[in-house]
Write a protein that binds this ligand. Sequence first.
Ligand SMILES: *[C@@H]1O[C@H](CO)[C@@H](O)[C@H](O)[C@H]1NC(C)=O
Length: 510
Amino acid sequence: MAEGGPCVPARYIFTALVSIGLAIIYGLKVNLSVAIVVMINSTELALMKLTEDDHHGSHHGSNESMSVNPEFACPAPDTGSNVTVVAQDGPFAWPEPTQGLVLGAYFWGYILTQIPGGRVAEMFSAKWVIWGSVLVNVIFTILTPVAANISYIAVLVVRFIEGLGAGVSLPAIHVMLTKWALPQERNMISSLAYAGMALGTVISLPFSGILAAAFGWESVFYVQGGLAMVWCVLWLVFVYDSPQDHPRIHPAELELFESCMAGGGGGHGHSNLPVPWKALLKSGPFWAILIAHSCNNFGWYMLLVELPTYMKHILRFNISENALLSAVPYLSLWIFSVIWSNRLDWAKSKGWISTTTVRKLSTAVGSLLPALCFVGVSFAGCDRQAAVALMTLGTMFIAGMYCGFLSNHIDIAPNYAGTLMALTNTAATIPGFIVPVFVGEMTHGNQSLGQWQIIFFTTSAVLLVELVMYTFLASGEEQPWNKAYTGGADGKNGAHLSPEEEKLNKTSRA
Ligand SMILES: *[C@@H]1O[C@H](CO)[C@@H](O)[C@H](O)[C@H]1NC(C)=O
């Protein structure tokens, strides 16, 4: 492979900065869930609850752990785990429903800006959209302590705006990948970029805990926000919308892009084309991605949020108190996705497998294997080691999504990669609302192994729906409607260009 000269090739700098950008966005997203534990005055909340119960004379406690029926939980472990860390009190007496609102506000913003963000990135500049996305998150993260001192409503607004900012990131990154990921490296580059999401979570959770313990809860926001500002400068200096826009790219690397990306959705121009909505909504491969993305996120939230809850309540093993054990699943995910994507690119370069096969195979790994892990967790019962091992394996294999459906938008319609990602990611945000409600309903007042088994089997079923639907409907090939408004610019549809269009096409390539 041609090297980009003496320096690091521009596309690798781009990949690293995208990955770090996503890590920042996801890190700043999860830090509040750590910080809020020490922001809350639990003493005062307990007092408030006591007087409330006195008034109503009832004890329908909203504290979930109180509803664990000891008969249905596992016996307490014999070593060490009885040491419960009592969190220090913070200044705010926000009741649990208020905390829930504050933590949930992010999602409402996140879901709103997907589609406009994708369109703006396609039509104008994905670089600036991503930069703005991170900058908004950085600024409002730094403002969080100030907002908290005003009122919880101010924090709610801050988090909503952070969500608005973060919502545009994934569609815009998808637009940039159509320009910057060479076909022969596409799986590797997308995987590394997207794995930033997991990396941000794995770094931010322990880092926030350490900061809060050492320097107080405000430092979580100031330090992380401050560090992320460095990225905002690097991004502006080193990243450009396309290789052709990059003033310092090595000629050899540019040549590589010019020769490999011809007709493949790369190129200089921005896509001002209207979206062929009708053809898109009738497209099987599009629905395959949408279904896979939604189902997979259901499994992802289960792994990320609910499995640790299950281990805490039923297995009486709080994994979040063990930084190493919490980090291992994400590190495995990261390592697995690097190796897996690299092998897929290699197998594809040998001509052994088609893009369609890569997507289907990888989605199968990301759905079937985690589904089996969930079944395994049900049968593992009180075996804590088995549960931790299965959770690690499930998190690792779900990374199959990066080379599976999550990279598929670029294949089927490079002109609309941002819009497609926006649509499927909007749908895929819905499980984020459904999963906690579903688990809450199932376990309300009845935290038992049996109820959790139903939850895990349901999750496996959802992942199997993903596997079946995607295997039948998905495609790795460009769909005809990608060229609906360009008259089949690359001759795939046999349509001809007007002379003006031909000329335009040539100058934009030159
Ligand atoms: C928490 O609330 C209790 C009871 O109202 C109060 O005595 C204590 O000072 C509060 N702690 C902080 C850190 O505000």
